[in-house]
Design a protein. Structure first.
Length: 229
């Protein structure tokens, strides 16, 4: 859920219109009308109108995924299976596939692409945090970047999946996680390569110098929008 329940109210009111009008001004105006909110108050809550509602819809899915992970028994799972399970929970947190499709179209627009990238990064960050990631080196970034790529490809595949109980998407998730694990295995083997070893010390010192931000909310990420001064 979002910090302000009125934003969730607007999102819920917008969803029936998004299927026809996308995350547009038309859908936003209809949501304001259907929710009986004062238009000025609605615009204060969502200065960018439907764009802010699309973002709120995405973040609501992230919050539902984190809540579901918190209730799941992951004790007998390998870590790779925990990540796959988190991705599945995130997909299943979506209660309106068409809204995601329309959101994908919105955030594919050139001027909205940075905002879309930030949302995908946020999902990857939420998954790693929920799984207890405690690394404080360059891996903080690389793990989230890798997972962001996996998740975005899963979403695109899922949007076209009409299999029973999402079976095709489940298999796709497993394949993508396998790809990542193969890459990680390759990196581990490369460290023992005699041609790589001379550079290991330098790369290690460079990696140790990279630290994750103390406050992700204050990161100057692409798509960051802090509102009017």
């Amino acid at each position: 859920m979002n910090d302000d329940p009125m934003i969730d109210q607007l999102v819920d009111a917008a969803l029936p219109h998004v299927a026809f009008d996308g995350w547009s001004q038309t859908a936003f105006d209809a949501a304001v009308r259907d929710s009986d909110l004062d238009p000025v108050q609605a615009r204060t809550l969502c200065p960018r109108g439907a764009v802010d509602l699309a973002i709120a819809f995405h973040k609501r899915g992230d919050a539902a995924m984190v809540a579901a992970l918190g209730q799941a028994d992951l004790s007998d799972m390998r870590f790779r299976d925990k990540v796959a399970h988190a991705i599945r929970l995130r997909i299943r947190a979506v209660d309106d596939k068409e809204a995601v499709r329309r959101g994908s179209a919105l955030f594919a627009l050139p001027h909205m692409a940075p905002e879309g990238a930030k949302l995908i990064w946020g999902t990857a960050d939420a998954i790693w945090n929920a799984l207890g990631d405690t690394l404080h080196d360059v891996n903080w970034y690389t793990k989230r970047l890798t997972l962001a790529g996996v998740y975005s490809s899963v979403v695109l595949y899922w949007l076209g999946d009409d299999s029973v109980d999402m079976q095709a998407t489940d298999a796709f998730i497993d394949r993508r996680i396998d790809n990542v694990m193969q890459f990680e295995k390759f990196k581990a083997q490369a460290k023992d390569n005699p041609f790589v070893k001379p550079f290991a010390g330098v790369l290690g010192r460079m990696a140790s110098a990279v630290k994750p931000p103390k406050d992700v909310a204050d990161m100057d990420l692409p798509g960051t929008w802090r509102g009017p001064n």
